[in-house]
Design a protein around this ligand. Structure first.
Ligand code: RTP
Ligand code: MG
Length: 181
C-alpha cells in the first residue's frame, strides 16, 4: 500500500478522537452518557448482541466498550450502595463470576430512557418489549445493568472507563435522530 492510499483511508469522513473535557457526559443534554453492562448471564447466554442492538436501534451512540472479568472487589465497589442488603453477597459473587461487557452510551435521555429499555429490576414485573421483560425471568439473573440517575451515571462511567477509553465521534444519521421541528 502506498503512503497516499494510507493517507486517504485515514481521512475518511467520520471524525474520531479521544473525548475532550469531562468523559462522564453532560446530563440533560444530547451529550448525556450512561453506563450499561451486559452481566455475566448475558454473556453466557449470548445476548450481548441483542442488548446492543436495542440501544443502537433507539438512536443512542456507543462511545465506549470493553469486556472485563470483574474481581469481587470491583463488583462490590460497583454495587457499594447495596452493601447492607441481604442479597449483596450473592450479587457480588454473581457479578464477578465471569466476563461482562461494559459500555458507555450517549444521547438525549439515555440515562432514564436506558432504564426504560431495560425494564424493572424484577423481570417478573418487566413489561414485554423491554430487555428484561423479553429475555429473563429471575431478579438475580436480569442480564443488564444500567445507571439509575445522573449522579450514578457519572460515578459509574468514571469507575469503569478512563477518558482515553471513550471516543467522541459523529454518526452520519445523527441529524435524523436528534433534530426537531
Ligand atoms: P442494576 O443496578 O443491576 O442495573 O439493577 P437495578 O438498578 O434494576 O436494581 P438495584 O436495586 O440496583 O439492584 C441491583 C441488582 O441486585 C439484584 N437484586 N436482587 N433479591 C432481591 O430482592 C434483589 N434485589 C435486587 C438484581 O440483580 C439487581 O439488578
Ligand atoms: Mg441499580
Amino acid at each position: 500500500m502506498t503512503a497516499t492510499a494510507a493517507t486517504s483511508w485515514a481521512a475518511a469522513p467520520v471524525a474520531c478522537k479521544a473525548a475532550a473535557g469531562s468523559h462522564t457526559g453532560v446530563p440533560g443534554t444530547a451529550k448525556e452518557r450512561t453506563f450499561i453492562a451486559c452481566k455475566p448471564d448475558a454473556v453466557q447466554r449470548k445476548q450481548v448482541g441483542e442488548i446492543i442492538k436495542r440501544f443502537e436501534a433507539k438512536g443512542w451512540k456507543l462511545v465506549g466498550l470493553k469486556m472485563v472479568h470483574p474481581s469481587e472487589a470491583k463488583a462490590a465497589s460497583h454495587y457499594s450502595d447495596l452493601s447492607t442488603k441481604p442479597f449483596f453477597g450473592g450479587l457480588v459473587k454473581f457479578f464477578s463470576s465471569g466476563p461482562i461487557v461494559a459500555m458507555v452510551w450517549e444521547g438525549t435521555n439515555c440515562i432514564k430512557g436506558g432504564r426504560m429499555l431495560m425494564g424493572t429490576t424484577n423481570p417478573l414485573d418487566s413489561t414485554p418489549g423491554s430487555i428484561r421483560g423479553d429475555l429473563c425471568v429471575q431478579v438475580g439473573r436480569n442480564i443488564i445493568h444500567g445507571s439509575d440517575g445522573p449522579e450514578s451515571a457519572q460515578a459509574e462511567i468514571a469507575n469503569w472507563f478512563t477518558p482515553e477509553e471513550l471516543v467522541e465521534y459523529t454518526t452520519v444519521d445523527e441529524q435524523w435522530v436528534m433534530s426537531n421541528n
